[in-house]
Design a protein around this ligand. Structure first.
Ligand code: ZN
Length: 236
């Protein structure tokens, strides 16, 4: 065997070793999908099932085995209609894409991003559109770790939506510990109360969504997302 063949063989063996190592690092290989929800599939779902699907997708995200998706194909089917499983109101400074956190494809969820995931009249209208017209089964309001908008509200920044988060700060004064934006535990405490206010507002200001929830046609939940590892805590 000449030197050239020895080098080529060494490279091949080395490449196989690296490939095997990568496989070992993954618990299972990711699925590849270009699937987008159909109306028939949406009709069969309940809010409870969508939430279970989200929790399982979040587990895959944390395990590094989220589904590989072909977004070029995902952008085409919606011309025939969009049939989302859920609508998620998230924050504009949430650095983890909502679809990725739940391992969902484009078009499978409607995502609204607003500073401090605050639900005002316009956002409420979007949630109603998602559920009443487009058929979403789950409404989720999701706060997140180290939320800059919530920190700004704690710091009493007087800007539009930011200032609307102040009631969440005001009902958080029972917190024992430093009540400032540098204390991440206090920021989390306020973020969770901010989500609770949003959930109450949805039920109080939208009779149609409240009725859909009471009749079991939709499920409304609150969540808090860790940016460190993507884990979720549900907020009651
Ligand atoms: Zn935020």
């Amino acid at each position: 065997m000449n030197m050239k063949k020895i080098i080529l063989l060494s490279l091949l063996v080395c490449g196989m070793a690296i490939s095997c190592k990568k496989s070992e690092n993954r618990k299972t290989q990711p699925k590849i999908s270009s699937h987008v929800m159909t109306k028939e599939q949406q009709d069969k779902l309940t809010g409870e099932e969508v939430l279970k699907d989200f929790i399982e997708g979040n587990k895959r995200f944390q395990d590094g085995i989220a589904t590989m998706r072909d977004h070029t194909k995902h952008t085409r089917p919606p011309v025939t209609g969009q049939f989302p499983k859920a609508v998620v109101i998230s924050c504009i400074d949430n650095s983890v894409p909502v679809e990725d956190i739940f391992d969902q494809g484009l078009g499978n969820i409607f995502v609204g991003g607003v500073a401090g995931n605050f639900v005002d009249e316009d956002v409420l209208g979007s949630i109603e559109f998602a559920c009443v017209v487009a058929g979403a089964k789950l409404v989720m309001v999701m706060g997140h770790q180290q939320c800059g908008a919530v920190k700004a509200a704690i710091d009493n920044v007087r800007l539009g939506t930011i200032y609307k988060i102040r009631p969440a700060v005001n009902i958080s004064l029972s917190f024992t510990g430093d009540k400032n934006s540098k204390n991440s535990e206090f920021v989390k405490f306020v973020s969770e109360n901010n989500v609770r206010i949003a959930l109450n507002d949805i039920r109080k200001k939208s009779p149609i969504l409240k009725e859909m929830e009471d009749n079991g046609k939709i499920k409304i939940v609150g969540a808090f997302c860790s940016l460190t590892d993507g884990t979720l805590e549900f907020i009651k």
